[in-house]
Design a protein around this ligand. Structure first.
Ligand code: GLY
Ligand code: MN
Ligand code: MN
Length: 470
């Protein structure tokens, strides 16, 4: 991507407004330093597809590598970026360059990144606090030390060195946690594209099996990627999981070459990244388009648990409420279906308190979603962090420190992704062995509930079957 403002839903003024909101939190004499991400070598001289830093992009909309923002508490922004270089641009593509940057990005000043070390001490001079993201960019602390050292060497001549170093992730994470209208629009579109890709993968699987063709996980992976790119997404937001049969019980399985067999389920967890924003959808479907009895029974249970979680997602609820709702439904269902037996594990309340469900459901029901698939933002309520309680985990015996969970607000975006993963084990009915199911949707929190932005692909078992017949 070589766009200077690489987000079709956001304009220069949206990024300027974010910088102004951040500046207001730095203190009048504060200054923030925000680098973009480094380029990464993959092997020998081949590099990974470049991906900008999410904080940097959030404040600039600028996607070129080797760029830095310096924002002062009085709202002035300086950009350092690659200088124009006709020879390099023949090889690597267009560069915006410092001359064009103020008009293109709305920054107040721009210089070549080659001038960074020379200019930074001057930008820090007279500031009381220097803010930068802690523990995110390798070597950044050392560079800040170097600039402060250079400034300190001039105190004899009247230079004033900032006395405080502060973590910029604090204010930026809070800002990013509540998505503005432009971000929500981008995420809706990303989810819509991903939903279309899931539909295509489902339909391809059924069609190939109907036609007697051998299907492998990579066929479905290719279908997803084709649809992502065809619709203008830049890439997958994370490594796609396309897991046939028992592979679905491996939580971090990646699309590989295993055969997709008639009669088995396929779990696909895949989402595109669009203009810097992730989507994250999981669907589980019968490879041939028709659920078996045991598959459907487990599927309906996971879906019911997701519905309970969706119903618990609204402004004012806690982040953990959807998880607790999910666990309650799954625990009851595991007893009802005989995966857990009452005389061994007791009542549904015992299953929850002793975490007996953990054998089949071992992850949380969601996470924040945004520019990063596991997006930034505190999961504890900032106003209540002092309220710590301790308890003993029933399975590990570890002491767990609980702090009150985050209170959801309109505009926060999270995933809702319950699942069940049944590995063969003694006492587990054989008909359920090796079935792995997850259903994952992306939700924007609203005052009265949540908006599921990924339902362009159905979750209802009958609707999935109908879609796969088509
Ligand atoms: N796809 C990553 C996740 O669901 O968390
Ligand atoms: Mn997820
Ligand atoms: Mn996922």
């Amino acid at each position: 991507m070589n766009n200077s403002l690489a987000n079709s839903f956001a304009s220069q003024s949206d990024f300027a407004a974010r910088r102004a909101r951040l500046a207001a939190q730095l203190g009048p004499k504060g200054v923030a330093i925000v680098p973009t991400a480094p380029e990464q070598m993959r092997n020998r001289d081949a590099d990974f597809l470049y991906r900008h830093d999410s904080y940097f992009f959030y404040l600039s909309g600028f996607t070129e590598p080797q760029a830095w923002l310096v924002i002062t508490g009085d709202g002035q922004t300086t950009l350092f970026c690659q200088a124009r270089d006709p020879e390099r641009e023949i090889w690597d593509g267009y560069r915006l360059g410092p001359q064009a940057a103020p008009a293109a990005l709305g920054v107040d000043a721009a210089y070549s990144v080659a001038e960074l070390d020379a200019r930074m001490p001057g930008l820090l001079d007279g500031r009381d606090a220097v803010w930068f993201p802690f523990a995110t960019h390798k070597g950044l602390e050392t560079r800040v030390d170097h600039w402060l050292g250079a400034l300190r060497s001039r105190v004899r001549y009247g230079a004033l060195c900032p006395e405080q170093q502060r973590d910029l992730c604090g204010p930026l994470d809070e800002m990013r946690l509540v998505k503005d209208a432009q971000e929500q629009a981008t995420m809706r579109r990303a989810a819509q594209i991903s939903a279309g890709a899931h539909i295509r993968a489902m339909q391809l699987s059924a069609r190939m099996l109907r036609d007697g063709q051998a299907v492998r996980e990579y066929h479905l992976d290719a279908e997803l990627l084709h649809e992502f790119r065809r619709q203008g997404s830049q890439c997958a937001a994370y490594g796609s999981i396309v897991a046939a049969g028992a592979n679905a019980c491996v939580l971090h399985y990646r699309a590989d070459a295993a055969p997709v067999r008639d009669g088995e389920l396929v779990l696909i967890d895949a989402g595109c990244e669009l203009d810097g924003y992730a989507s994250d959808i999981t669907r589980t479907f019968p490879a041939n388009g028709k659920f078996t009895g045991p598959q459907r029974a487990l599927y309906e249970l996971v879906l019911a648990s997701q519905q309970a979680a969706v119903a618990a997602t609204r402004a004012g609820a806690r982040f953990t409420d959807p998880h607790e709702a999910t666990v309650r439904v799954l625990s009851q269902g595991l007893l009802d279906l005989g995966l857990l037996t009452k005389n061994k594990v007791g009542t549904v309340q015992d299953v929850i308190e002793q975490r007996a469900y953990f054998q089949f459901y071992m992850h949380r029901t969601g996470h924040w979603l945004g520019m990063d698939v596991h997006d930034c933002g505190a999961y504890t309520e900032p106003s209540e962090i002092g309220q710590v309680s301790e308890r003993k985990d029933p399975l590990s015996g570890d002491i767990i420190r609980d702090r009150p969970s985050r209170i959801l607000r309109s505009g926060m975006v999270l995933t809702i992704e319950p699942g069940l993963y049944v590995r063969p084990a003694e006492g587990v009915p054989e008909q359920f062995h090796n079935i792995g199911i997850r259903i994952e949707d992306d939700a924007i929190v609203t005052d009265t509930g949540c908006e599921l932005i990924s339902r362009g692909v159905p979750v209802d078992a009958d609707e999935i079957e109908a879609l796969m017949r088509g």
